[in-house]
Design a protein around this ligand. Structure first.
Ligand code: C2E
Ligand code: CA
Ligand code: CA
Length: 694
């Protein structure tokens, strides 16, 4: 025992249970205090010293209420103690906050006993267990709970705590939208009871998996809820210590939808929602694998709307877009579910027919597709007639892979266009040869200008009345080392298609005007130089400025230049072409309508645009001395042209008879082999010198 003072006191007056004191002395984890009837300390163990800060010496003889009872409680404690002594009313054990020597609160669980000693006085023992640690732990637990609640509120995820058999122990969510029942109704239930089988099984499999392996497993599932289909991501981890599973569930609908949208954009055409080129060709590849396995045929259609560009340019893109959507719908209706309709871009579509029995089968579908366009399209109160051209390639005879089949269907489509459109054409080997040639020409044409492979020839034009040369037409020649001489009829359409006609056309204008200047200087007289212009050249915004500059560079006056255009230029009906023609006319440059008689509506164009010259197509001149019909037609054309104030040129005059007949009919100028073939510049100068010897 530490304090002799207490020892003395205890020994002489109060000791009632020495073994008990020994026990209290031995445990310092609890505080034991003894008080006499006046509440003076008669016992104070080490535990009390530790808990309340008073040493045994300090405490001995002090009153309970002066030591550890906070002021507000003093009166109550005193009266309760008196009551106990007097009336035997026990002070119940309780949690209570007492006071440390230094004034701090001390939380204790306090139990009390009352003894009567041998001197017949009462002694109260208080046994106080320190609750500070417990309180702290409790506070911590409460804090954690609050924090979790705040977290559960703040974040969109839901939390599930489950037994490994899927029984839900705890559930938190702030997103009540995604619940049919309240979270409380979940608890105690098995997932199997609240989720659709398919989803519950998914959980089951992943729980089984996560128990076997460390870490976290995530998976996705979807549920049909009142607000629609909702996509979730679940992350599962296993708490091995408790043999429980924690699942965090997140609503990923938004994410899923945007991913879906991106996926859709990558594979589908945004205008028509049809599979795009990429997806269509992918499907074709899949179909071919199947076709090979099943020993079946597959047909590939390449569809192109006829003159769609014209519609788009004249009626606007909005109507063009609506037409494409309607056209796609019509095409789709002809096809079976297992077939694919895709949009390759622009006005080009692809159709894939799976497992076709024979050619007749394919042919019938091609005809159905053409037929579905017979009725006019009604758009914004307009009725529009559309036709399509279809090229067909069949697996395996026309190609074994997707790209070969597509290319060959495309080739066949070209053929359908060439056969007058609104028709279909099956791919043949001969087409391949044509396409091959096209390809080579296209390839060789790149860089041909830079390699100086182009040259101009000039075909003289004669005045029928006085038989004098009045000018010439510049005609392009191409000699390529690999291909030899390529005719303009072959390479000009390709140059137009690739756009190379723009730089090539500029070369022609420059070269022709330079030569014209030289020719005029040598012969000391004025000639006209006719230059052919392609439709594509009008789309070059710099065309007019280029012509103007070239005229002044070459020192040629505008009225000596004659631009020949065909109906093709006018047919697209675009306002900028109209404007360009007016401007050309305004500059004083002559305009000639080329190949007159080969189109349908040339007459109306003649009135609409400021033409100066009309060139009657060779095909009519050919027949004038042979049949009356051609002769009458040419006669009427000349009369009409003159009435409109146009000069008439007859092309392709090959015989003396043709020339004299044309003279009789009043034709102004002639051009043709009878007079001369198109000649290189040097030879034309010689030809001209013979006629006009200086
Ligand atoms: P085109 O404008 O109708 O040119 C007349 C064509 O008829 C030329 O063919 C010419 O050589 C040919 N020809 C002339 N007289 C006779 C004849 O008496 N009998 C026969 N059978 N043919 C005759 P070429 O030079 O082969 O040109 C073909 C077409 O290529 C031209 O037809 C023209 O549309 C185009 N072309 C030629 N050069 C150019 C050019 O520089 N630019 C553009 N855009 N097109 C050109
Ligand atoms: Ca011409
Ligand atoms: Ca012509």
């Amino acid at each position: 025992m530490k304090s002799s003072k207490i020892d003395n006191m205890l020994i002489h007056e109060y000791v009632i249970n020495d073994p008990l004191h020994q026990l209290f002395d031995a445990v310092n984890a609890i505080s034991v205090q003894g008080y006499d009837e006046e509440r003076r300390v008669i016992y104070w163990n080490e535990g009390s010293e530790l808990l309340y800060g008073y040493s045994q010496d300090e405490a001995a003889g002090q009153k309970l209420e002066d030591l550890i009872i906070p002021k507000p409680m003093r009166d109550r404690v005193i009266s309760a103690h008196r009551d106990w002594i007097k009336n035997g009313t026990e002070i119940p054990a309780t949690e209570i906050t007492l006071r440390h020597k230094n004034g701090d609160d001390v939380s204790v669980f306090s139990s009390h006993v009352m003894f009567t000693n041998q001197y017949n006085t009462k002694q109260m023992y208080c046994i106080d267990v320190d609750l500070t640690a417990v309180r702290q732990a409790q506070a911590q637990a409460i804090f954690k709970e609050h924090m979790l609640e705040t977290i559960f509120e703040a974040i969109p995820d839901s939390f599930l705590l489950m037994e490994i058999d899927g029984t839900i122990i705890d559930y938190h969510t702030n997103n009540k939208n995604n619940l049919d029942v309240t979270p409380e109704q979940f608890i105690g239930k098995n997932m199997q009871d609240i989720l659709p089988d398919e989803v519950a099984n998914k959980f089951k499999t992943h729980i089984a998996k996560v128990i076997k392996q460390e870490g976290m497993i995530s998976f996705e599932y979807d549920l049909t809820l009142p607000q629609g289909l909702v996509y979730f991501e679940a992350r599962v981890s296993y708490l091995s210590k408790y043999n429980q599973v924690v699942t965090i569930i997140r609503d990923i609908t938004e994410q899923y939808k945007s991913a879906e949208l991106i996926r859709h954009q990558a594979y589908f055409d945004s205008l028509t929602s049809l599979p795009n080129r990429f997806l269509a060709l992918d499907r074709l590849s899949q179909m071919l694998i199947e076709a090979e396995r099943n020993n079946e045929k597959t047909s590939v259609f390449f569809l192109d709307i006829d003159d769609f560009k014209k519609i788009n340019d004249s009626l606007g893109h909005e109507i063009g877009d609506k037409l494409l959507i309607d056209a796609a719908n019509r095409l789709q209706q002809v096809l079976r579910k297992e077939d694919t309709l895709g949009r390759l871009g622009g006005d080009e579509f692809i159709v894939l027919l799976r497992g076709v029995a024979d050619h007749n089968n394919t042919l019938a579908i091609a005809e159905d597709l053409l037929k579905t366009f017979r009725n006019p399209f009604k758009i914004d109160g307009r009725e529009l007639i559309l036709t399509i051209s279809i090229g067909v390639a069949i697996y395996p005879e026309n190609g074994r892979c997707a790209s070969d089949l597509l290319r060959n269907a495309d080739t066949a489509m070209y053929q359908a266009k060439a056969s007058g459109r609104n028709t279909y054409s099956f791919f043949t080997k001969e087409m391949n040869v044509i396409m091959q040639r096209r390809f080579e020409i296209e390839e060789q044409m790149h860089g041909a200008l830079e390699r100086n492979e182009f040259e101009l020839h000039y075909q003289p034009k004669l005045d029928v009345k006085n038989e004098k040369v009045i000018g010439s037409e510049a005609l392009l020649r191409w000699h390529n080392p690999a291909l030899g001489n390529v005719t303009p009829n072959e390479f000009i359409p390709i140059a137009e298609h690739t756009g190379l006609i723009v730089p090539i056309g500029k070369f022609v204008i420059k070269q022709a005007l330079r030569f014209l200047n030289e020719w005029q200087n040598i012969d000391q007289q004025k000639y006209t130089m006719a230059v052919n212009l392609s439709p594509r050249q009008f789309r070059d915004a710099g065309l007019l400025i280029f012509i103007k500059n070239t005229l002044s560079e070459a020192n040629v006056s505008p009225e000596n230049l004659e631009l020949e255009i065909t109906e093709g230029v006018l047919m697209c009906g675009q306002s900028f072409i109209h404007d360009a023609l007016i401007e050309i006319n305004g500059l004083g440059i002559k305009l000639a309508m080329d190949d007159f008689g080969t189109g349908y509506s040339s007459l109306s164009y003649l009135r609409q645009y400021p033409f100066d010259v009309l060139k009657i197509d060779r095909s009519f001149i050919n027949g004038i001395t042979l049949n009356k019909a051609d002769c009458d037609l040419v006669k009427a054309t000349i009369a009409m042209s003159h009435s409109l104030g146009l000069t008439v040129v007859a092309e392709g005059v090959e015989t003396k008879e043709q020339l004299s007949l044309l003279a009789d009919l009043g034709c102004d100028f002639v051009q043709g082999y009878f007079l001369s073939k198109p000649l290189p510049a040097k030879q034309l100068l010689d030809f001209s010198a013979q006629l006009y010897p200086i």
